[in-house]
Design a protein around this ligand. Structure first.
Ligand code: PAF
Length: 293
C-alpha cells in the first residue's frame, strides 16, 4: 500500500462479509465493480465516501453478464493493483468473492431485464442485462448498502438498475457519477487497455461523434443524429476501422428512441468494435430551449 493509505478489510466469503457488515456503524455505500480499476472507478469511490460513513467496493467478474465469444476469459484481473487503488481512495471494505462464493450452484432463478434490456446494448449483447441485474441484486442483498454508486458511462445499465430498484422495492439509493474521460475525450474503460495505439485513434471517433451531436443540439434530434453519424461514417472507413454497433438518441429512463419533436432530457449513445474490443460511450443532452422544456 502507498504511504499513509489504510488497507481495506478484504472479505472473500459470505461469512466474512456478514461479519464485516454487522460491525459497520453508520451508513454504508457500495461501489460494485469488475476490477481493473481506473480513474473512473476511483472517482466512484470518492463519491461513495461523500455519500456514507463506510465505503465497500466489490470486485467480481460476473460470468452471467458475458455472452458466448465475449471477453470473460481475457477480462483483465488485476487484484493487487485494485486493492491498492481502494486503499488509496479510502475504501474501508473490499468484497472479492470467487465464482463459487457468488454462484455455489448453477442459478435456477435469475432476473429478466424485460423489454428495456432487449433495446440498444441489449440488441448487440443479448442476455447481458439479465446477468448484470442478477449479480447487482445479489450484491445488494449480500452487502445491504444504504447507497450504491455506478458510473453514467454505462447509461443503460444505470437506468436498468434504477428501474430494478423501483420495480422490486430494493431498499437502496442509487447514485450516478458522470463519465470520466482522458484529456482527448476517450471515456475511461477497463477495456481501453486492450487497444493498440492505432485502435485507440479510431476509438476516439466515439467521443468525437457525441461532441458533434452535442454541438448540433439546437437543431433537434435529426440534426444531432446526423452530426454524430457523419463522424462515425469516417471512422468506419479508417484503418483500423470502427465496426459500428449503434448510434441512438434515446429517452434516458426507457432507452426508447426519441421522436423528431422531442424536448427535454435525452441520451446520445454509441457503441462499436475496434479490433476485438467492444466500446460504449454516451452523452446526456437537454433538447429544446429552456422555455420550450
Ligand atoms: O459495471 C460493471 O462493472 C458491472 O456491470 C457491475 C455493475 C459491477 C455488475 O457486474
Amino acid at each position: 500500500m502507498s504511504e499513509g493509505a489504510r488497507k481495506p478489510v478484504v472479505a472473500e466469503t459470505r461469512e466474512e462479509l456478514s461479519a464485516v457488515r454487522s460491525a459497520v456503524e453508520g451508513t454504508l455505500a457500495l461501489v460494485p465493480t469488475m476490477g481493473a480499476l481506473h480513474e473512473g472507478h476511483r472517482s466512484l469511490i470518492r463519491m461513495a465516501r461523500q455519500s456514507a460513513d463506510v465505503v465497500a467496493v466489490s470486485i467480481f467478474v460476473n460470468p452471467l453478464q458475458f455472452g458466448p465469444g465475449e471477453d470473460f476469459d481475457r477480462y483483465p484481473r488485476t487484484f493487487a493493483a485494485d486493492l491498492q487503488a481502494c486503499a488509496d481512495e479510502g475504501a474501508d471494505v473490499v468484497f472479492a468473492p470467487s465464482r463459487e462464493v457468488m454462484y455455489p450452484a448453477e442459478p435456477q432463478v435469475t432476473l429478466r431485464s424485460g423489454p428495456m434490456g432487449a433495446r440498444v446494448e441489449g440488441v448487440t449483447r443479448p442476455g447481458h442485462f439479465d446477468g448484470m441485474l442478477t449479480v447487482v441484486l445479489k450484491l445488494l442483498n449480500l452487502v445491504r448498502p444504504d447507497v450504491a454508486v455506478f458510473g453514467e458511462k454505462d447509461a443503460q445499465q444505470l437506468a436498468m438498475i434504477r428501474r430494478m430498484v423501483a420495480d422490486l422495492n430494493v431498499p437502496v439509493e442509487i447514485v450516478g457519477h458522470p463519465t470520466v474521460r482522458e484529456p482527448d475525450g476517450l471515456a475511461l474503460s477497463s477495456r481501453n487497455r486492450y487497444l493498440s495505439a492505432a485502435e485507440r485513434g479510431t476509438a476516439l471517433a466515439l467521443s468525437r461523434a457525441l461532441r458533434a451531436g452535442e454541438a448540433a443540439v439546437q437543431g433537434g434530434p435529426d440534426a444531432i443524429r446526423g452530426a454524430a453519424r457523419a463522424v462515425l461514417d469516417t471512422a468506419v472507413h479508417a484503418a483500423p476501422p470502427l465496426g459500428l454497433d449503434y448510434l441512438v438518441l434515446v429517452d434516458p429512463a426507457t432507452f426508447v428512441e426519441v421522436t423528431a419533436a422531442h424536448h427535454g432530457p435525452a441520451v446520445l449513445a454509441v457503441a462499436g468494435r475496434v479490433g476485438a474490443t467492444h466500446l460504449i460511450d454516451n452523452l446526456p443532452l437537454q433538447l429544446g430551449s429552456p422555455k420550450e422544456r
